[in-house]
Design a protein around this ligand. Structure first.
Ligand SMILES: [Zn+2]
Length: 304
């Protein structure tokens, strides 16, 4: 993969909350100790998510999300300089630009819906979100309540060191998967799935798997079309994406399959606990999106 050094990196699509310190030490820990109280907080947070996600969108309307705003000053500086493409955060910003450029076109074309952009929040260690407090341990995620993607970029190191998913194309794959959730949010697929889960709790995990596999498939559709994406001035974002890059994405999808992760953590493989899909499924759905290049082919719910 080669990025185009002439592409302008649009840092307004990310919110850099790494430097702001996030209000200091206690963040990310809703309540100290007390098992029982912790459970109650969990429920309260879940209720809040349900309310905000249920259509009020108080925070989403202002685009601010969460409860804080980052500071992009140093990122802006870095990403407009000559060495921008040497920097992990600038490269990731450019991936976000490409993914959103793709959906701006693909969502109206494929589903007849307008695409509403979503920022990616860079955080370190812990962050306040519209879905509650989160720490890096949960991995990158999308919060439907504030319409934001969250990532601690050190996740990639964990992905490489602990899960063996090396190769840079793992990074845009991960981001494209999270933006797949944003698209599901825009299309109402996510809300529909949550309602189904409530009606049919025994199938909650199976339904989650379908949602996750669809996000993998959407990531594949982006990958197929990524070389066609451009910045605001029409400069191509990627010079090239090779078969080897695609193989890295597929390899990553395999490495983060539920069965692979269970095995790696020394637990017995238990299909009832699958929430994201097996290695085989994840690989298969990414590949489907990639081979068709068409997000409409990502009908994981229909094929269930
Ligand atoms: Zn996901």
């Amino acid at each position: 993969m080669e990025l185009n050094e002439n592409a302008r990196i649009d840092t307004s699509q990310v919110d850099d909350r790494r430097g702001s310190g996030g209000g200091g030490g206690g963040m990310g820990i809703p309540l100290p100790g007390g098992g029982g109280r912790g459970g109650i907080v969990g429920i309260i947070i879940a209720v809040l998510v349900a309310l905000v996600g249920g259509g009020f969108g108080l925070n989403a309307a202002t685009g601010g999300g969460g409860s804080e705003q980052g500071d992009n000053t140093s990122l802006d500086q870095k990403c407009s300089g000559d060495q921008a493409l040497q920097e992990l955060d600038c490269r990731n910003t450019l991936y976000v630009n490409s993914i959103q450029a793709y959906w701006r076109k693909a969502l109206p074309e494929s589903f007849g819906d307008q695409y509403t952009p979503s920022k990616t929040v860079f955080f370190s260690q812990a962050v306040n979100t519209g879905c509650g407090n989160a720490d890096s341990g949960v991995g990158p995620f999308y919060c439907p309540a504030d319409d934001l993607v969250y990532i601690d970029l050190s996740f990639y190191k964990l992905l490489a060191d602990q899960l063996g998913a090396e190769g840079e194309f793992a990074q845009p794959y991960v981001l494209a998967h999270e933006y797949g959730h944003h698209v599901q949010d825009l299309l109402g697929t996510e809300a529909q799935m949550r309602r189904q889960q409530q009606r049919d709790p025994n199938n909650a995990n199976a339904l989650s798997v379908k949602l996750e596999l669809q996000a993998d498939c959407y990531a594949g559709a982006w990958a197929k079309n990524a070389t066609g994406t451009a910045d605001a001035d029409g400069q191509k974002i990627f010079k090239s994406i090779t078969e080897q890059d695609i193989q890295q994405a597929i390899d990553t999808a395999e490495k983060i399959g539920d069965d692979a992760i269970q095995k790696r953590s020394g637990r017995p493989v238990n299909p009832d606990e699958f929430t994201h899909g097996t290695s085989e499924q994840r690989k298969q759905w990414f590949t489907k999106g990639y081979s068709t290049g068409d997000p409409k082919s990502c009908d994981t719910f229909g094929n269930g």
